[in-house]
Write a protein that binds this ligand. Structure first.
Ligand SMILES: NC(=O)c1ccc[n+]([C@@H]2O[C@H](COP(=O)([O-])OP(=O)(O)OC[C@H]3O[C@@H](n4cnc5c(N)ncnc54)[C@H](OP(=O)(O)O)[C@@H]3O)[C@@H](O)[C@H]2O)c1
Length: 278
């Protein structure tokens, strides 16, 4: 398990341990995935390698694309090559940002990659590099992650709700808020059923906007959901463009015999106490 100290990585390690697996979680301090030799030395002995290491600073990537590429693409190739060399099953984590975000229906696993941001380009390159180095890899795309072990949208909103009278949140970006613990379960499910190589989407079912999700977060934090006001992306311009439509379809997951994650709202109800109290 590489990138083990990140928001998703921490929950993957916890889920594997809870499933009774012997798991070695390597954070950046123990394994810098941009160092090919260190990666080659670290992987032997593993039956399964989960790569959660990534440059995830979406806006910073616009000005530091080469550095983001080094982690998201070149280092992904390091991990994939090392996994293939020892015959380990590889799970590589990717993102909805590989798509252009202009679709009207959920993106299929096989849809063409058309990233609109530097981060998205580096992650798309990481998918290609992973497949090129390790044809048996499972590429698991997720999106709109929140979890107990990192900065995330619900924590930001809950904190702001305690400090302000109202919050303006964009209504024109649609996606699937997804709990890291649920993605960890999907990853374990795919490995358990020996899923065929290829791409899978691990996001919650249903869809919503950041505005509507913020209302749910505020309610879970014990505040009046009416304090959240809708706004548009044009009022919140950021360095990297955000996909307007980030809904991912789950057909390949179903075909592999792994249950897709349940509806985002239902999962948020379950996740909220552990996420907001962390
Ligand atoms: N967060 C989201 O909404 C979201 C959405 C879609 C997909 N994803 C994908 O999900 C995966 C996990 O993301 P996350 O949300 O858990 O992000 P995260 O909390 O930023 O975790 C990424 C981890 O990778 C580590 N890392 C960075 N450079 C490294 C290097 N050179 N060697 C080893 N480790 C390195 C980071 O360590 P440091 O903390 O020390 O830098 C961090 O612990 C990524 O592939 C990301 O693209 C995330």
């Amino acid at each position: 398990m590489v990138g083990a100290n990140g928001m998703l990585g921490r929950d993957v390690v916890a889920a594997l341990a809870a499933a009774g697996e012997r798991v070695r979680g390597l954070g950046r301090d123990e394994l810098d995935v941009t160092d090919p030799r260190a990666v080659r030395d670290a992987i032997p002995g593993a039956d399964v390698v989960v790569n959660c290491a990534a440059w995830t600073a979406v806006d910073d990537a616009e000005d530091h694309e080469a550095q983001a590429f080094a982690v998201n693409a070149l280092a992904a190739a390091n991990v994939a090559g090392a996994a293939r060399a020892v015959g380990a099953r590889l799970v590589h984590v990717s993102t909805d940002y590989v798509f252009d975000g202009v679709a009207r229906t959920p993106y299929a696993e096989s849809d063409p990659l058309r990233p609109a941001s530097a981060y998205g380009r580096t992650k798309a390159a990481g998918e290609w590099a992973t497949r090129a180095e390790c044809a048996e890899a499972l590429v698991v795309r997720t999106a709109w992650l929140y979890g107990a072990h990192g900065g995330c949208f619900p924590k930001t909103i809950a904190r702001a709700a305690g400090e302000r009278d109202h919050l303006d949140v964009v209504q024109d970006q649609v996606g699937q808020p997804t709990w890291t613990a649920d993605v960890a379960d999907v990853i374990i499910g795919l490995v358990t059923v020996s899923a065929p190589p290829g791409t899978y989407h691990a996001t919650a079912s249903g869809r919503t906007s950041w505005f509507e999700f913020a209302q749910e977060v505020v309610a879970a934090a014990g505040r009046d959901r009416g304090m959240v006001r809708p706004t548009t992306s044009t009022a919140f311009v950021r360095p990297a463009p955000r996909p307007a439509f980030s809904v991912l379809g789950h057909d390949r997951l179903v075909a592999a015999g792994v249950d897709p994650i349940a509806d985002w709202r239902e999962r948020w109800q379950v996740a909220a106490p552990s996420v907001l109290d962390s």
